[in-house]
Design a protein around this ligand. Structure first.
Ligand SMILES: [Fe+2]
Length: 349
């Protein structure tokens, strides 16, 4: 199994970090929303026109193929927000209703090129996922993943440094987006139950890989929060931790683990701590998988094709990504980013 790595220092106090925010503080602010200007939208459409005949080979398109004369700097300006800052932004105003689905995919891919390097999201190596209801259920299969259902998704982080989620269509109802600061959640756990904050840092959390590891490994075991290099770096998949309990060689949760995971749920659901918002068509959520956890409420599609929730998702490594703890090496979610990363000394890890 991956992650049986050496134990790490245990953080015993809350961490003072720029990414430790509370939803209650952000609800009255709008500086986490970046609204595209008419000039920027014109740049996007100009870039699209330049590559439309190459859409069949979309994933070969690079940043140079999709020039954005002024928007590029604005997107790059998000990098210190994503790593070292608040940890997320919402880019608003892309008029997706004007575009065919193929054009919208091209635009989303092109924008992502100005933020980082896309990473594979599954065992098959796919670089862009469609987040929509496939009619399948998580419980029906050992490989179905939450994003393929219409169910509520518990707080978790994705893979690679950041995820970008582009709303193509909303459903008939529900599907609200929720974000929390992963550091603030830890800090709150430390304030309420320091004993459980310690459990969160123990390498005792088995996670079902949903058959997505190319090496066939069925579960990964690691801490929920790894404190390393002065940073708290999480890997939290609530539903995958419960799913891993079905394997006979995975130890049942201890009483302390059950309490710790319940505490995380309770803190993440605290309306003062979580930030909730509705993604409208054209909204692009960009968030760090280390600084934030995300969730969504259950949604309902209607039979009409225009009332079926549909998001596009890309996972990216970013150029200013943090050094990753050694137990992230080879993991399903972070292995590719780990392999791409350089150490603080400039050596390849
Ligand atoms: Fe997710």
């Amino acid at each position: 199994m991956t992650g049986t790595a050496p134990s790490f220092e245990t953080l015993q106090t809350p961490l003072d970090d720029p990414s430790a925010w509370r939803g209650a503080d952000l609800r009255t602010q709008t500086d986490w929303i970046v609204t595209l200007t008419a000039v920027e939208i014109a740049e996007i459409e100009g870039a699209l026109a330049g590559v439309r005949d190459r859409q069949a080979d979309l994933f070969a398109l690079s940043r140079d193929d999709f020039p954005l004369p002024t928007l590029s700097a604005r997107l790059e300006g998000l990098l210190p927000v994503l790593e070292g800052g608040r940890g997320f932004a919402l880019v608003r105003g892309l008029p997706v209703e004007r575009y065919s689905e193929a054009d919208a995919r091209t635009i989303f891919w092109g924008l992502a090129q100005h933020v980082g390097v896309p990473e594979s999201q599954d065992g098959a190596g796919n670089l862009m996922h469609d987040v929509r209801d496939t009619g399948k259920s998580f419980a029906d299969s050992n490989t179905v993943r939450d994003y393929q259902t219409d169910a509520a998704i518990n707080f978790h982080n994705d893979g690679a440094d950041i995820f970008m989620l582009c709303c193509m269509q909303t459903g008939a109802s529900g599907g609200q987006s929720l974000l929390v600061s992963a550091v603030e959640v830890f800090n709150e756990a430390m304030r309420r139950r320091p004993d459980l904050a310690e459990v969160l840092q123990q390498a005792c959390w088995h996670m079902d890989t949903r058959g997505q590891r190319r090496d066939g490994v069925k579960t990964q075991v690691m801490p929920i929060y790894t404190y390393w290099n002065g940073q708290l770096t999480p890997n939290y998949k609530n539903s995958l931790m419960y799913a891993a309990q079905r394997f006979p060689d995975v130890p049942p949760f201890t009483a302390a683990q059950t309490e710790a995971i319940a505490l995380l749920d309770e803190i993440c659901s605290d309306p003062d701590i979580a930030l909730s918002f509705v993604m409208e068509p054209g909204d692009i959520q960009i968030a760090s998988n280390y600084a934030t956890f995300h969730a969504r409420t259950k949604y309902q599609d209607s039979g009409d094709t225009d009332r079926r929730r549909h998001m596009l998702r890309i996972w990216l490594s970013i150029p200013n990504g943090r050094p990753l703890p050694p137990n992230f090496e080879g993991t399903r979610e972070f292995g590719a980013t780990y392999a791409r990363r350089m150490t603080p000394n400039g050596e390849k890890t």
